[in-house]
Design a protein around this ligand. Structure first.
Ligand code: SF4
Ligand code: SF4
Length: 785
């Protein structure tokens, strides 16, 4: 065993490998990608033995690979980010009815914020929609334990199980004790057993739905009482100082259950000697001095918010103590198994409480469960959170934000409580008032005065505000560096966008973008992305524009990885329906945005094999695209001509702009600006917007006089030479990239001119469909050329 510092996603990978996972398949997407990369690295090093790992072409493909492996009795792991689950959802919905064999875990990373996603969708919500159990870790340590238990849960019930971390869990790091090697679990000798249950006919679906409903009820019970799963739901009483072991007696009252559990952290299973959550320890330690008080209010938190809440409560306790006060008695529930909700744990938590604040990221999943619980069991419980405006309705939480929200909650609930302070000890609210806080306890945090202004913080809220302000670092007063999201200096996509616009000239056009680095083509001055919806949508949306507004040229942009992931169906649709669109394939030989992962066009796999790469132009031709042109996007003349030819074609056409991502190659020598020649016209800046070109208004030259001059940041310049071709005064000196087309066209035999399309077309065509009363010859004649 060795101790190593691991990122959360690396820990997930190790946990899966230690659980004996046989097959790992995913599609890259931040914040999930490092898991598959870690498995691949450990496999390549010889540490992870017997595992198969792959980047599949998209999430649906990955889940289906994993599902079949599970049918054989293998343990399988699928990975994606939250929006990737949308792509895999068709498979998931049916798979859940059919069931699994070996443990099948779906690692789906959510992105609150969002930091690098097109939506803030909540996978807990998706899990409930799909009726798939979900685990929601609050720390990297808990992630480790959850991943292992997820395989157990999957095999116990024959269900896929989702593990849903959020960005901060995926990317936080801590120490783990790790084995020297891991071995995949032997696949059962009998392998796949043929059985009608694997075939989802309607009758099987009806049966399967019943199985799903029954197992969810049993899993909810396990989440509440079976120690290996209930360990992820922690209840802490403060004061009263006792933690309810979630696996206690189902019939015990809250007090009885608390008494059963004792003071230990029985519910916090940390892998191999990890430190328990510090906030929780603090709460318990302080609670010992308040033995006997009964909590009337409670806090529920899920996922990483549970850890933020623990830290926030520890801070509030510290600040209250410094002010000579104590926090009110409260109960805390951390939920690590949000679906199916462990209702029995929730009921025991809620016993005797009148007010509960729910803290979670993204949707109001736990809040709604608490409301449902209160309704079903007729509990006199007021539930607050996102739905009442007392918790942020979107985005990430933080310790500071939750400290503010909890302080307001304590103030509001204290205001409703007219009981005198316990034991003569001042409450935090009273202490704050003594220390200068405003005594305005009746105001709810959500309430506003007649003018719509939020009330001034008071009581514990004021104490919290003051402490947060005091601990905040001094605001920076100077100018901040400007870092707009732009394509890198030397990025080949810049030339592609510019050439398309140049070729179009004044032709009205709509630019349908897609998901990838090239979404940044929307930034000025390129301004070449008018729509962006989801993976592969640019190609199909362009067809909608072509149909609805035929007078406007519809151009779709798609990257090489997205082409294989989600583009091909749309291209087939364009060819089949004869839609007049131009598809610009921005082929930079990698999945650049998520960290340069390989894809089917790169010819390498995660298992280290060299494969025959799928050739984009061959796929385009096979899908029925008859006009395909090529260009090196760094060569403006060739790019513009290739764009003109494709745009001028009537029907679906494609331009392949081919040059590697700057991350995959050595930079060329930077270009230089001739100060004697530069006129200060700024065309190089206004046309292409390369971040390596700046403008010095103080620079003077023979031709620029007092207008200023452009300059090149040689530390950024990649030497692509695009600006050299843009400057109308030949003021930028540097190498211009060679054209790609001629050599490529000769090698591939692919025509550059639409007029040179071979007449034989694709092979393997089927005979035409014969309508009633037609002869085969008539059907042949009726084919629309
Ligand atoms: S380098 Fe060329 S394009 Fe740029 S400002 Fe000078 S003259 Fe104009
Ligand atoms: S050559 Fe010009 S366009 Fe290319 S990276 Fe350098 S400054 Fe930017």
């Amino acid at each position: 065993m060795t101790i190593k510092l691991l990122m959360g996603n690396e820990a997930f990978a190790w946990a899966a490998l230690e659980a004996g996972v046989n097959v790992v398949a995913g599609y890259p997407g931040t914040p999930s990608s490092e898991l598959v990369e870690t498995v691949a690295r450990l496999h390549a090093e010889g540490t992870a033995r017997g595992v198969h790992v792959e980047w599949s072409t998209n999430e649906k493909a990955a889940l289906e690979v994993a599902a079949a492996a599970s049918y054989c009795g293998a343990r399988a792991l699928f990975t994606c980010k939250q929006v990737g689950l949308n792509v895999a959802s068709d498979a998931l919905m049916s798979l859940n009815y059919v069931g699994t064999g070996g443990g099948l875990v779906l690692f789906v990373a959510d992105d609150p914020g969002p930091i690098s996603s097109q939506t803030e969708q909540d996978t807990r919500r998706f899990a409930a929609f799909a009726k798939v159990p979900v685990l929601d870790p609050s720390t990297p340590e808990e992630s480790y334990a959850m991943m292992r238990q997820a395989f157990e849960l999957s095999e116990r019930y024959g269900t896929p199980v989702i593990v849903r971390p959020t960005t901060r869990i995926c990317h936080a790091s801590t120490f783990f004790e790790l084995p020297e090697f891991t071995d995949a679990r032997p696949i059962p000798e009998q392998g796949f057993q043929k059985d009608p249950k694997w075939i989802i006919f309607p009758k099987r679906a009806f049966e399967g739905h019943g199985e799903v409903n029954r197992r969810l009820a049993r899993i909810a019970w396990d989440y509440a009482f079976t120690p290996e799963f209930a360990q992820f739901n922690h209840v802490v009483e403060e004061p009263g100082s006792q933690q309810l072991a979630a696996g206690g007696d189902a019939n015990a009252t809250w007090a009885e259950a608390a008494a059963q559990s004792g003071h230990g952290h029985g519910g916090t299973a940390m892998p191999r000697g990890k430190v328990a959550a510090s906030g929780e320890s603090d709460v318990l330690a302080a609670a010992d001095s308040n033995e006997g008080a009964a909590a009337r209010v409670g806090i529920v938190a899920g996922g990483v918010s549970a850890q933020y809440a623990r830290e926030a409560l520890a801070l509030l306790q510290q600040w209250a103590a410094e002010a000579g006060a104590a926090l009110p008695p409260y109960r805390f529930l951390a939920v690590g198994t949000p679906y199916p909700f462990p209702a029995e744990t929730g009921a025991r938590f809620a016993e005797g409480l009148t007010d509960v604040l729910v803290l979670e990221e993204l949707d109001s999943v736990l809040e709604e469960e608490l409301l449902k619980l209160a309704g079903q069991r007729h509990l006199p419980l007021r539930v607050s959170g996102k739905l009442t405006g007392e918790a942020p309705d979107r985005g990430e939480n933080s310790t500071e934000v939750l400290a503010q929200r909890i302080a307001r909650f304590f103030d509001r609930t204290a205001a409703a409580d007219t009981a005198p302070s316990e034991g003569g000890r001042a409450t935090a609210t009273e202490a704050s008032a003594m220390a200068g806080g405003t005594e305005d306890q009746g105001a709810s945090c959500a309430a506003k005065d007649g003018a719509g202004n939020a009330p001034a913080p008071s009581g514990l809220s004021a104490l919290t505000e003051r402490n947060l302000a005091a601990s905040a670092s001094a605001p920076y007063e100077g100018p901040l560096p400007v870092r707009p999201p732009v394509l890198c200096a030397g990025c080949p996509h810049r030339g592609s966008f510019f050439a398309i616009k140049k070729a179009l000239g004044k032709t009205p056009a709509v630019f349908c973008g897609d998901i990838g680095c090239y979404t940044l083509g929307n930034a000025k001055p390129l301004d070449a992305v008018d729509t962006c919806l989801c993976m592969g949508a640019g190609i199909t949306m362009a067809q909608g524009f072509a149909v609805a507004q035929p007078g406007i040229k519809a151009v779709a942009f798609v990257g090489d990885s997205t082409f294989f992931a989600s583009g091909m169906t749309g291209i087939a649709n364009a060819a089949y329906n004869g839609h007049d669109i131009t598809i610009a394939v921005l082929d930079n030989a990698t999945t650049a945005m998520t960290g340069s992962q390989p894809h089917p066009g790169t010819g390498v796999t995660l298992m280290g094999q060299r494969r025959k790469p799928l050739v984009i132009e061959e796929v385009l031709r096979a899908l029925g695209v008859e006009c395909i042109t090529f260009a090196n996007p760094h060569n403006l003349e060739e790019s513009t001509e290739a764009a003109r030819q494709a745009i001028g074609f009537s029907g679906p056409s494609a331009i392949i702009f081919r040059a590697p991502c700057i991350q995959l190659k050595r930079p060329e020598a930077p270009v230089a600006i001739n100060g004697d020649a530069c006129t200060g016209c700024k065309k190089c800046i206004r046309d292409i917007g390369c971040p390596a070109i700046g403008f010095n208004p103080a620079a003077e030259g023979l031709r620029s006089q007092h207008r200023g001059q452009a300059f090149v940041d040689t530390g950024l310049c990649d030497g692509c030479g695009l600006c050299v071709q843009v400057c109308p005064f030949d003021s930028i000196q540097g190498k211009v990239a060679e054209p790609l087309g001629a050599a490529l066209h000769a090698a591939l035999g692919v025509p550059i001119a639409p007029t040179a399309i071979p007449s034989d077309g694709p092979t393997g065509s089927f005979p035409p469909v014969i309508f009633e009363g037609e002869t085969p010859a008539e059907a042949e004649e009726d084919i629309d050329d």
